[in-house]
Design a protein around this ligand. Structure first.
Ligand SMILES: Cc1cc2nc3c(=O)[nH]c(=O)nc-3n(C[C@H](O)[C@H](O)[C@H](O)COP(=O)(O)OP(=O)(O)OC[C@H]3O[C@@H](n4cnc5c(N)ncnc54)[C@H](O)[C@@H]3O)c2cc1C
Length: 458
């Protein structure tokens, strides 16, 4: 049987290994002591909680289908229904239903919410009267540059920016419209009002199911289930350091383990790594791939998970959490009220209220450059400001995610195409992961499976 080595045991690499089951003898090597990458379930106060990704996209099928195929179908669950809420102007303010990544499809419903000033709302409402030519297909532009001209700067700052902070830890003035908001780019290609177009899309088929799902017991269960179902050999604590081409055209992977170096030969290699790690391994094989991959920036963030004793907590917040616009000048960028959001969690620990707060956007690394106890202090005091005094957490823990979220800058899609061309010149090698065609778990699963389908072609 042919052999393949998948470098990187995050969800992209594991999806690739799963795709190759029965078709190749697969080894996954992972530098960390555990597989899963940014999917991780830990515990706080004895309660299981996700400290990395907490949900998977359900509007696109790949991650949900994979979870079902590896036996987690019965454990998939919807979050509680609650409006997206923004902490702004000193209050938690729910957004009216029907927005697309913060762009309201019914702008007038924002009246009286306090989300926008009167001028900001009036500007937003004018969008449908503004003339707009189609965005040329070969053009990219930043989300802020495109949207500010359509819906006004204030709506970008207060409605769209908090969403991008939540998904990408990114900034509207740097993120690519085409790669970070592809649905919107597709609408922009037709020209005319984007609000009108998004409203028509919604009216034609508003999704009936929840946009995301979780896994009972933690979405971090997914990687182990995929690894097991794949039948692949998994080597943790094994860092790939170098790739070599053998005289016969196979690949040699030189890795480091706690017991010393490990050298393996294989027919195919899939690099399922953050862009900077993939760049290093390709440096000697493709200067073009090295350069393009190295140019992809990554944002760091931290998740502060807290457990409150319900019997000692004066008042508990309602809803699923909130997002924070950077213009309001706070350190935290989002909070997720896990015990409200996931019923399995509330049922498994009825006496405990668990939530998580995230900190860190692209370009705000200094916010993270403090000891854990400072981050916890800031998270608690801003949480009190936003959601009311909840008292002190019984337990709190910081999980740091350094250089974790790739930033899809303007021109990202072209860069990815150039990386694809460079990698095509390396037979038996493919790349996949969050850096390429979507940072969400579903997109990562899609790239992993695509890489596995292609690696033995050509
Ligand atoms: C805090 C946070 C919250 C998120 N929340 C969500 C969410 O709710 N929903 C969602 O859809 N997405 C979410 N995301 C995004 C999503 O989780 C990630 O984009 C996705 O899991 C990345 O998977 P990956 O396999 O491509 O990369 P990774 O998870 O980064 O996996 C790559 C693996 O490669 C390993 N590695 C690196 N170098 C080497 C080497 N030289 N040799 C061997 N192994 C190596 C790493 O240790 C890592 O395990 C979140 C991300 C973060 C950081």
């Amino acid at each position: 049987m042919r052999s393949a080595i998948v470098v990187g045991g995050g969800i992209s690499g594991l999806a690739a290994a799963w795709q190759l089951r029965g078709k190749a003898d697969v080894t996954v090597i992972e530098s960390d002591q555990r597989i899963g990458g940014k999917l991780r379930t830990g515990t706080i106060g004895g309660v299981p909680v996700d400290t990395g990704a907490e949900s998977i996209m359900a509007l696109r099928p790949e991650a949900v289908e994979l979870a079902q195929e590896v036996g987690l179908g019965p454990d998939l669950c919807d979050p509680a229904t609650a409006p997206t809420t923004v902490w702004t102007g000193g209050h938690l303010r729910p957004m009216p239903a029907g927005h697309v990544l913060g762009i309201p499809t019914e702008p007038r419903a924002l009246a009286g919410t306090g989300l926008l000033s009167d001028e900001g709302l009036a500007r937003l409402c004018r969008e449908e009267e503004l003339k707009a030519g189609p965005l040329p297909r070969d053009t990219d532009i930043s989300v802020a540059d495109y949207l500010a001209a359509r819906i006004g700067q204030e709506a970008v700052d207060r409605l769209v920016e908090p969403m991008l902070g939540g998904v990408y830890a990114g900034r509207a003035d740097r993120l690519s419209l085409r790669s970070a908001m592809p649905r919107l780019a597709a609408v922009a290609e037709h020209g005319g009002s984007i609000i009108g177009a998004l409203r028509r899309v919604r009216a034609a088929g508003a999704p009936k199911a929840a946009a995301v799902q979780g896994v009972r017991g933690g979405t971090g269960r997914l990687p182990a289930a995929v690894a097991q179902a794949s039948g692949a050999r998994v080597l943790t604590g094994t860092r790939a350091r170098e790739l070599q081409r053998t005289a016969s055209g196979r690949w040699r992977v030189c890795a480091q383990t706690a017991d010393g170096p490990l050298v393996m030969e294989t027919d195919a290699v899939i690099l399922a790594l953050p862009a900077h790690a993939a760049a290093e391994l390709l440096r000697g094989h493709s200067p073009a791939a090295f350069e393009e991959l190295s140019a992809i920036q990554h944002a760091s963030s931290a998740v502060v998970t807290m457990a409150f004793d319900r019997s000692r907590t004066p008042s508990l917040p309602e809803g699923n959490g909130f997002l924070v616009p950077p213009v309001d000048g706070h350190t935290i960028k989002a909070a997720s009220f896990l015990s409200n959001k996931w019923s399995w969690l509330a049922e498994s620990a009825p006496g405990t209220f668990v939530l998580r707060v995230s900190v860190g956007r692209a370009g705000e690394e200094q916010e993270l450059d403090v000891p854990d106890r400072h981050l916890i202090r800031t998270a608690v005091s801003e949480l009190h400001l936003a959601a009311g005094r909840m008292g002190e957490p019984a337990a709190a823990r910081v999980t740091r995610w350094d250089r974790a979220l790739p930033q899809y800058g303007v021109g990202h899609a072209d860069r990815i195409a150039r990386i694809g061309e460079a990698v095509e010149k390396l037979p038996g090698l493919e790349v996949c992961g969050a850096a390429y065609e979507g940072v969400g778990v579903a997109a990562c699963v899609a790239t992993g499976r695509k890489a596995a389908r292609r690696v033995f072609e050509g």
